[in-house]
Design a protein around this ligand. Structure first.
Ligand SMILES: Cc1cc2nc3c(=O)[nH]c(=O)nc-3n(C[C@H](O)[C@H](O)[C@H](O)COP(=O)(O)OP(=O)(O)OC[C@H]3O[C@@H](n4cnc5c(N)ncnc54)[C@H](O)[C@@H]3O)c2cc1C
Length: 462
């Protein structure tokens, strides 16, 4: 990038907020994926919507590429800048603008960290429900751009269900004020929803108005052990009949072994079982006895072998950590991550088919299952043997992922339940969308970003 452009960037946001040093380029040029070498030309940190608009207009003028950057906790390469792009970090746009106790809304700039929104809501007696292991680092803009899900989708839905308004700067440089915090607004198709899960390819999300909820009542957390995944679905169906369920997560024995080895946490049950379910539900009217009755009912039917109920907040947190820390505990093993979803009705058949496929085609690989079973979202992590490195490792990924995602397509599932497409799953998009749908996506991209300045090369080929 020539010095004139750098000088112009500096004139737009201030010289202190344009970074070209090697450390910044590496830090801001990647997310939590590992397949690409960060190589942006510069990092810019605007502080206002007007500055974002000026940067996008400059990019159009000079044919520059912009990669919007949130907390860079993404798992699909969406925030990777490996081709001399400008990283546009939202980190200075981190003000909470207003909390409205009448409309139950919180309006903030896109760079506010998710956990801060949760905290701000709590401080005024409300609750922001979207939560997951990286919410201490991810930003609201990144959550909207990926339609982040997490552990309480079952009750509250994904980020999409929380968004009542968005201010965005399109790839053409226009500022759109979408839906303005309204609950009802049927003025034609809702453009707000196009920007949710758009992964930065249509424009920059600058401000978000979120729906706040009443704080949930006190919760019960329990973990049960089961012989297979289908049995856990019986447990979930019964739990839904009896309780107000807020979460139903699961993990396999291998996932448990990895997370306990990594964290030092103890296994929840004395006997190991192939699968574990973690349930969270509102304290039932019948108290502890109602929970015990439920457990015995499941045990009598052979659905569960063992179980534990948390008796303190501390114990509940430890049980949750067994699920939430799995992803981090696998990071060093270079997993091939698959964030997939099928309907609950198809889940048992899908899990059996996938296990058979992996055992037959890739017997040396270790498969680790965990995820948000309650909403059909599985994080299937496939770990190569430690001795597989270099080109062997590189060629393994397409061979395995291609097979896995083709099977997902056969079951009518999603190849990206909540992490997005980014760079990682771009070549497999046809397993998730039809040719006509992909073509419509391309047209939509052209409408909002005619010069392809926004996150080029991500999600769909232009
Ligand atoms: C340990 C761990 C656990 C996780 N668990 C979950 C989980 O349970 N559920 C889940 O959904 N995700 C999960 N994730 C993935 C990740 O945290 C989410 O995808 C999160 O929403 C990304 O937010 P971010 O701010 O870090 O975005 P980034 O990684 O910075 O960016 C993600 C994408 O959004 C774009 N983007 C970012 N900000 C903007 C903006 N302001 N305007 C336009 N585009 C923008 C980027 O260009 C990129 O394409 C997990 C990640 C980790 C590391």
């Amino acid at each position: 990038m020539n010095a004139d452009v750098i000088a112009t960037l500096a004139s737009l946001v201030g010289a202190a907020h344009v970074r070209t040093d090697a450390d910044s380029l590496v830090v801001y040029g990647c997310d939590r994926t590992t397949g690409w070498t960060p190589a942006p030309a510069a990092v810019v940190l605007p502080a206002t919507i007007a500055e974002v608009q000026a940067l996008v207009r400059l990019a159009n003028e000079h044919h520059l590429a912009i990669v919007p950057s949130g907390g860079r906790t993404g798992l699909s390469g969406g925030a990777v800048a490996a081709k001399g792009e400008i990283v546009l970090s939202l980190e200075r746009m981190n003000r909470i603008r207003a909390i409205d106790p009448v409309d139950h809304t919180l309006c903030c700039e896109a760079g506010v960290v998710t956990a801060r929104v949760q905290q701000a809501a709590r401080e005024v007696g409300f609750f922001y429900p979207v939560d997951f292991a990286s919410s201490g680092s991810s930003q609201i803009g990144g959550n909207v751009a990926t339609n982040a899900g997490g552990i309480r989708v079952l009750r509250y839905g994904s980020t999409r269900e929380q968004v009542l308004g968005l201010k965005v700067v399109t790839g053409a440089g226009d500022l759109l004020d979408l839906n303005r915090g309204l609950v009802k607004n049927n003025c034609g198709p809702d453009l707000r929803h196009l920007f949710i899960a758009s992964e930065g390819i249509l424009g920059v999300i600058c401000e978000v108005t979120l729906k706040l909820r009443a704080p949930p009542p006190s919760a019960r957390v329990m973990v049960v052990g089961a012989g297979d995944c289908a049995l856990l679905l019986h447990v979930q169906a019964e739990a839904r009949q009896r309780f107000a369920l807020s979460a139903f997560e699961f993990f396999s024995r291998r996932a448990l072994e990895r997370v306990t080895a990594h964290t030092g946490l103890t296994a929840p049950l004395t006997t190991a079982t192939p699968f574990y379910g973690l349930l969270e539900f509102d304290e039932p009217a019948g108290g502890e006895q109602a929970v015990l009755d439920f457990f015995l009912y499941c045990q009598e039917r052979g659905w569960v072998d063992d179980g534990v109920i948390a008796h303190s907040e501390r114990q509940a947190v430890s049980l949750w950590r067994l699920r939430e820390d799995i992803s981090e505990s696998l990071a060093a093993a270079r997993p091939l991550k698959h964030d997939i979803a099928v309907t609950l009705a198809k889940m048992p058949g899908f899990v059996s088919a996938m296990e058979a496929l992996l055992a037959e085609r890739f017997p040396t690989l270790e498969s680790v299952w965990f995820g948000h079973l309650g909403d059909g979202n599985i994080h299937l992590n496939i770990l190569p043997p430690a001795e597989v490195t270099g080109s062997e490792l590189v060629s393994l990924a397409p061979a395995v992922t291609g097979r896995v995602l083709a099977t997902v397509a056969e079951f009518g599932g999603s190849i990206s339940a909540e992490h997005g497409i980014g760079l990682l799953k771009k070549d497999y998009l046809h397993y998730g969308l039809g040719a006509a749908e992909i073509d419509y996506l391309r047209h939509i991209k052209r409408v909002f970003d005619p010069n392809n300045v926004m996150n080029p090369g991500k999600v769909v080929a232009f």
